[in-house]
Design a protein around this ligand. Sequence first.
Ligand SMILES: [Zn+2]
Length: 153
Amino acid sequence: MSTTTYTDLPLAEEHGRSATWLITDRDGTVHTIAGVFLGMGTSYRPEHKGHPDTDWAPVRTHCSTCRWTELRIFRGADRTFYVVNCGASDVPGERDLVHVAEVATPFELVEVLTAVDRRTQKVSLPMPARRALAMAASHDADARDAYVNSPVT
Ligand SMILES: [Zn+2]
């Protein structure tokens, strides 16, 4: 396994890379992930929308060019899954907010990735999570099982 250490989150095209990542979350805690970057999904869109009169989307205006979600899945050498959720922002004065969740099994992985709609209570796998899990499925047999057997894909 590679001993290269990164402090930046990997890009989507780096999926399958083995390394060590030092990931700082929104509280300043540094998480050490030594293993494989399995996959990533993002809600980023290249075209601004919804704020024709301002350079940046005001708070509560949904524009996936100004603010978006990046979801990454890693698997540690000890088999632990890591789900790294990055609430990213290009808006001046705002910063990326990173959250790291550790789970031991593929079924918990799906639990962490699913979202419940606040209005309808409908359970779904949001697009970035679905994409990340699909990418992970090509690198990890347990992630593949979780993807294939997921009740919400
Ligand atoms: Zn925008």
